[in-house]
Design a protein around this ligand. Sequence first.
Ligand SMILES: C[S@@+](CC[C@H](N)C(=O)[O-])C[C@H]1O[C@@H](n2cnc3c(N)ncnc32)[C@H](O)[C@@H]1O
Length: 302
Amino acid sequence: MAIKKSVFRRTIKDPRDPEFYAESIRLKNHKADLEKQHNSYRKGDFMEEREFRHYDFLFGEVANDGKSLLSWLKELYIKQKGKNKDYVMGILEDGSGKGKFMFELAMKLAMLGIKFRSTAMSLDKNPDLDKMKQGHLIDEVLYGPAEYQVLKPKSQDVIVSLAGSLFHTGQILKKDLLLKFAYALKENGQMFVGFGINPISHDLGMRGGLSPTQNKELNKDTLDKQMQNIKTALLKRGFKTEFYDANVYISELIKKGVEIGHKYIDLMQDVPAIVLKIERMSDKEYAEYNSLRSKTALQRRK
Ligand SMILES: C[S@@+](CC[C@H](N)C(=O)[O-])C[C@H]1O[C@@H](n2cnc3c(N)ncnc32)[C@H](O)[C@@H]1O
């Protein structure tokens, strides 16, 4: 008797909806692999207590032209508030650990009078995050695998992910997961992903870029190629992408004769060294980019 193949049908047709990628992940049906992955994360001994200064170093100093995260957020807030007096900044953290970053951020933003709505994501329930939610320091905590979470389109101004689910998920789902987060960004919203390229296990990090297979022969050339592929894949979809290497940043400081103190040393011991920064184009910019792309393609064909 022939085995009847089950037919999966997409219910979400719009590839600019984060739910499209949550559905792709569900349809790929890697439930058993994912469970294995999550259980192996649970058994691992990972750092879950990085502080605001660690994030600020990677996502501010290294990936934002030396500008602190706070001054960048303040500028963004003033700009958006000028356009819309009811503006509330959307901030999402993928993989909040014990919530140290979210806690300090909430304090700092409150001191600046910045109105925000924050979401923390964590694989497992965590009492620190629960307390912060009760104390109104976080608005929402999403527990469970990020792979299955549903995110609202254009809901976030800033997404940060430092050794979060994007780092820990299986290679086969990285692209869907990344795009799900990226499409949750508002126009001109930015996402910062911190990850290592020399991880303990082949399953971690971004060894295969966004392709479904791992690249075990990782070297400078293959890495540059992967980064270029990621940039191209995202640009086509309306996202501008940059990569930054914290180790390169630090060696440049040393070359310039800057005294490297405790700040950098303790940071580099257990902190992912590469930052991927993604900015969503405005719809207007994306339409202009697409029309330029089709014009160039037409000219080439002539
Ligand atoms: C190594 S900790 C990093 C925590 C924090 N960002 C830091 O740097 O201290 C990884 C975080 O990602 C979360 N995480 C790992 N895999 C995940 C998954 N598949 N879905 C959701 N969260 C995940 C864990 O719950 C944890 O909060």
